[in-house]
Design a protein around this ligand. Sequence first.
Ligand SMILES: Cc1cc2nc3c(=O)[nH]c(=O)nc-3n(C[C@H](O)[C@H](O)[C@H](O)COP(=O)(O)OP(=O)(O)OC[C@H]3O[C@@H](n4cnc5c(N)ncnc54)[C@H](O)[C@@H]3O)c2cc1C
Length: 426
Amino acid sequence: MPSDLFTIVPMDRDADVLVVGAGAAGIIAAWRAASIGARTILVEKTNRLGTKILISGGGKCNITHDGPLEDVLRAFRPNEARFIRPACYRFTNRQIVEMLTDRGLEVYTREDGRIFPVHQTAKDVVAILRSYLHDIGVDIRFDTAVNGLIVRNGKVDGIHTSMGDLRAPTVIVATGGSSYPNSGTTGDGWVWARSVGHTITKVRAALAPIYMENADPERSGVALRDVLLKARAGTKEIARWRGDLLFTHRGISGPTALGISRIVTEHLESGAVSLEVDLAPDRSFEGLSEVVKAWCADNPKKQVASLVEQFVPKSLVKEVIEATQEKLDQTVPNFGQRGKNRLVEVLKGWPLGMVRTVPLEKGECVAGGISLDEVDPKSMKSKRIEGLFLCGEVLDVAGPVGGYNLQSAFATGFVAGDSAAHEVLI
Ligand SMILES: Cc1cc2nc3c(=O)[nH]c(=O)nc-3n(C[C@H](O)[C@H](O)[C@H](O)COP(=O)(O)OP(=O)(O)OC[C@H]3O[C@@H](n4cnc5c(N)ncnc54)[C@H](O)[C@@H]3O)c2cc1C
C-alpha cells in the first residue's frame, strides 16, 4: 500500500511521476514510485508490458545473476560498475527474485549463476510484475508514444504524447536502447535527453551475432560446444570468450559471439578483425600434440578424419582437414609429423575469416547511451535539468549475457522511481 507520504503537486497536474517506457526499468520505477505514494502514470508506446522481458533468455527470461553483488558488478566495465553499484545495493539480485517468488514464481540457479524460472516462462515474470503495478494503482497508458519533454522555466514539466500532453513535475525516461526496434525501442529517449543538454556516447552493437565476410550458409545451424572464440586485430588478440558457438547463415552467434561482439564492434571502426576458434581450449599445444600422437599410435588403421571428429561435428571435419592442407581421406600411416603439427595448430586456432559487421539491431542490448557523468548514480537524477530521471538501457551501461542487463535495469529503475517520488512527496 502507498506510504504516509502525501503529494503537494497541484491537482492540474496529471501525475506526480510520469514514467516513459514499460520495460524492466520503467516497470520497477513506476511500481516503486507508486509504492511510496506518488500518483504515477506509466506511458508505453506499444500495447505490451515488458516486451524485452518476454523475449529475454529465449522466452525463458534470465532474470538476474546470482552471487555476491561485487561479483555481479565485476562483469560490467569498471566505469559502468561504479555507476550502477549504489543502485544494485539498493535493489539487489535477491530482492528482484524475492519480489517474483513471493507471488509464486519458482526459480533455479544454473551452475554459471544465471537465474531462470523453473517451470514458467518470461510470460509469468511479466504477469507477476503486472500484478504489482495493478495492486499499487499505477495508471498504465498503452499505445501512447511520447514525442518529447515539456520544459518550463528550466525544469521538466511533463511530456508530449500521441494522446496529448501529460503534466508532472518529474519524468523518468526508461525508453531502453535501439536494438530489436520492432519491440518498441528506437532510441527515442536519447533525442529528448540531448535536447536538454545531455551527451549521448556513441551507440554500438553489444551482445549481437557477428556477420562474417566468407559466411558459408551450409554451416548454418551447426554448433560447436565449449570452445574458445578469439578475435584479432592484425596479430593482436583483442577479445576471447569461452562457451558454445553457433554457425548462422551470415556468420556466427551463440554465447561466444555475443560475448566478444562489443569489443569487435569497437575495433572494426579502426580496422579489420579476424576470428579463430580454439577447439581444444583445455589443452596446451604440447598437451594436444601428445593427444594426437597417442591417438595415432592407438589407431594405426584409421583415417585422420576420425580423430578430427572428436573435436568438431561431422559436417565440419572436411573443412578442418582442408585447413591442415591434408587430404580428406588421409590415413594415420601417411600422416607425418608435419601434418600432426599442422593439425594441432588448426585445432588450437581454426580460422573463421574476417568479420564483415556486427548488426546493432540484432543485439540483446546496445553499448553507449546517456553519458554516466551527467547522471547522479545515487538518485538517477539528471545533472543537466531538474525533474528528469534516467534508468535502464537508455544509460551508457551494457553488461554481458547472464542476467546482468535486467539486473541493471531493475536496480536503476528502482532508484529512479524512489528518487522521483521523494522529490514530489513530503
Ligand atoms: C532477445 C533478447 C534477449 C535478452 N535476454 C536477456 C536475458 O535473458 N537477461 C538479461 O538480463 N537481459 C536480457 N536482454 C537484455 C534486456 O532485455 C534489456 O537490457 C532490458 O530489458 C532493458 O530494459 P529497459 O527497461 O531499460 O528497456 P526496454 O526493456 O527495452 O524497455 C523500453 C520500453 O520503452 C518503450 N518506449 C520506447 N520509446 C518510447 C516512446 N517514445 N514512448 C513510449 N514508450 C517508449 C519501448 O516500447 C519499451 O517497452 C535481452 C534482450 C533481447 C533483445
